[in-house]
Design a protein around this ligand. Structure first.
Ligand code: HSE
Length: 308
């Protein structure tokens, strides 16, 4: 029998302008899986995280990830997995992709690393597909690779790790509003007007240039979304007011985290991120909406082995 203990971080998808193609990894917050393989052919998943998850393993994102790995590498094994730590589902910081990335990375470790990092992301995307009905890698890629990631293309997958210039912090608020990723995707129009497309690709280019040059002002200006936010912000009461307040207190940008309903602010100083967190807290308290706020550093590290 071989076993590993694996951590994969929380992540934030889209980063404003990069719908389905950009995401970043967060520090310290994430999922921990203990995984072992032995002779045989089967899968067991035991949830000891204290976070409620479906008992049916067919509904657990880990299952398609493990199957994809075995299929891609031509292996069979009895795989036993214990979930030790779990980000709350629906928190907007990549709960499903943290499990998927940890499972994909752990399988690769257990079998002597037959897959490249990009192939590990392909396995992790199977979990995203189960969770949201789409093969997007904007949470899965940063959860596997760490840092800020651009998915230049999906066919074939072409992932580019971007520089993280200096220390960045995210304040994230998770309001207790029920919006599934499937629903948040289904309300988006199938076509983007040319004017919005021009705005969007200008911003994506600007964000990439800002990250490479360390131009903080450019990063902030570019993190704007003309494609999904106009439709999704209606799920988040007072979204525009909240952003105005947060930006006036020094954060670089505020956007919907992935498909929402969580919202994140990016700041280049810890104190500014804490201020954004306070404003988020006041905003949702005043609306009588239960919520949690996290302030977390952007991390260059992705999925990794961790001590027992
Ligand atoms: N890019 C995806 C979306 C992220 O916005 O639907 C889901 O977390």
């Amino acid at each position: 029998m071989k076993s590993v203990r694996v951590f994969a971080p929380a992540s934030i998808a889209n980063l404003g302008c990069g719908f389905d193609i950009m995401g970043l990894a967060l520090d310290e917050v994430g999922d921990v899986l203990e995984m072992s393989i032995s002779e045989g052919d089967g899968l067991s998943i035991v949830n000891c995280s204290g976070v409620p998850l479906p008992d049916d393993i067919e509904k657990n994102v880990i299952t398609p990830v493990v199957r994809k790995f075995l299929q891609m590498t031509g292996n069979t094994a009895q795989v036993d997995i214990t979930i030790r730590q779990k980000i709350y589902p629906g928190s907007g910081i990549g709960s499903s992709s943290a499990s998927s990335a940890a499972a994909a990375f752990g399988m690769n470790e257990l079998f002597g690393s037959p897959l490249s990092e990009e192939e590990v992301v392909i396995c992790a995307m199977e979990g995203e597909n189960l969770a949201s009905g789409g093969y997007h890698a904007d949470n899965a890629a940063p959860a596997v690779m760490g840092g800020i990631v651009l998915i230049r293309g999906y066919e074939p997958l072409d992932i580019i790790k971007l520089p993280v210039p200096g220390d960045f912090y995210c304040a994230v608020v998770h309001p207790q509003l029920v919006v599934s990723t499937k629903e948040a995707r289904s309300i988006l129009p199938k076509a983007v007007p040319m004017h919005d497309a021009i705005t969007q690709w200008g911003n994506v280019g600007g964000l990439v240039a800002g990250l490479y040059s360390g131009n903080i002002g450019l990063i902030g200006r570019a993190m704007k979304d003309a494609v999904a936010e106009p439709y999704r912000k209606g799920f988040i009461p007072g979204f525009d007011d909240l952003r105005e307040k947060i930006l006036s207190h020094g954060s670089l940008a505020m956007n919907i985290a992935g498909s929402g309903p969580s919202v994140f602010a990016l700041a280049n100083k810890r104190e500014k991120a804490h201020k954004a967190g306070e404003i988020m807290d006041k905003h949702f308290s005043a609306l009588g909406i239960e919520h949690q706020v996290y302030v977390v550093k952007v991390s260059n590290r992705g999925a990794r082995l961790t001590a027992y």
